[in-house]
Design a protein around this ligand. Structure first.
Ligand code: P6P
Length: 338
């Protein structure tokens, strides 16, 4: 068939549906609800400066972090979209203290739970720097027809059935995997459709970009300090001109490093004994993406997706990106300690 336009996300989801071992259309529907919510959030972000949704809500989330109006708005939009399409029996969110149960007639027999950071990078919202949405999808482990329980959410990342992110940047992209590679879709605002722009995304095995908040350097473990110095030394033998790029928005830093090669890390430190990022709805979904693209994600020692979660909002040290860069960081941590 001659095509005069790129494949849309909707067409792609249906076309790939049979790749998914539970190919009953439920996951396709679920991805469709995420697609819709992403478009609505994108619209609000693009005019945030005009609408009264900038700034703080005057409330805090369970992490004790100031909730921005757009954080809460994005949370509500994704919650509503996930509930309206009926494939989900529960949602956990960075913006919700506890998981939310969908237990009415329409949802109680659904098989999926979603964990999400509806709008990551809030500190950037009011200064017009890119932000993102991160989502992680599992099949429930408790009996269908009963209210979801905490154990449905405390699953290791290696049990994810799908994961992805939306980056609201110079263009808006939705990138996701169902375990069969990674594909990226760019929103064409003229027709309001996500179009396949980055098929079969692969992260370069090595890279020259390192992303870390060096303002926390004095608080880092010795092994991390040594790795940062390794990146900064310009070793003539290997001509290793690293570049430091840190946007303050995990999704944006991850997306650039996925395309160009690089490492993002948020280590443990004296100010953050377990790091800052949350295992369930930030680290695991992006780890699924990066592994499916040929990269690596660890806590400095262990594969992120093999960590057995103990708490909904638990934090872990995080190293993610090009395999050789993550492994080099792990070497320094092993040699000099974390
Ligand atoms: P810091 C945003 O709040 C976030 O969770 C990530 O998106 C980002 O990489 C990181 O925190 C920034 O944290 O402590 O460097 O400002």
């Amino acid at each position: 068939m001659r095509t005069h336009r790129p494949v849309t996300l909707g067409e792609f989801i249906v076309d790939k549906q049979n790749e998914f071992r539970y190919a009953s259309g439920e996951l396709s529907q679920l991805l469709t609800s995420i697609r819709l919510a992403a478009k609505v959030v994108n619209r609000e972000i693009n005019k945030a400066g005009l609408a009264d949704i900038l700034g703080a809500m005057g409330s805090e989330n369970v992490q004790g972090e100031k909730q921005m109006k757009l954080d809460v708005y994005a949370n509500d939009i994704f919650m509503e979209a996930l509930k309206n399409l009926g494939e989900v029996c529960g949602v956990a969110s960075e913006e919700e203290d506890d998981f939310v149960i969908f237990n009415d007639e329409m949802h109680k027999d659904s098989n999926y739970v979603v964990l999400m950071d509806p709008l990551d990078g809030s500190s950037n919202i009011d200064v017009n720097v890119s932000v993102g949405t991160i989502f992680s999808i599992y099949r429930r482990v408790t009996p269908s027809g009963t209210p979801v329980k905490l154990e449905d959410f405390l699953q290791p990342g290696n049990k994810q059935v799908a994961a992805g992110y939306v980056v609201y940047g110079s263009s808006t992209m939705l990138v996701y995997t169902t375990g069969h590679g990674v594909n990226g879709f760019t929103l064409d605002p003229s027709i309001g459709v996500f179009c396949l722009s980055h098929p079969n995304m692969r992260v370069p095995e090595d890279g020259k970009i390192y992303s870390v908040n060096e303002g926390n350097y004095v608080h880092f473990p010795e092994g991390v300090k040594k790795y940062i110095k390794y990146c900064q030394e310009n070793d003539p033998a290997t001509n290793r001109p690293f570049t430091s790029r840190y946007i303050g928005s995990l999704v944006s830093d991850l997306h650039r490093n996925l395309l160009k090669g690089g490492i993002y890390f948020y280590p443990r430190g004296t100010k953050a004994p377990n790091g800052k990022l949350r295992l369930l709805y930030e680290c695991n979904p992006l780890a699924f993406i990066i592994e499916q693209a040929g990269g690596k994600a660890s806590d400095g020692k262990n594969r992120i997706m093999d960590i057995d979660p103990t708490e909904l909002h638990q934090r872990v040290p995080y190293f993610i990106g090009s395999t050789k860069m993550v492994e080099k960081a792990e070497e320094f941590i092993q040699q000099f300690g974390d």
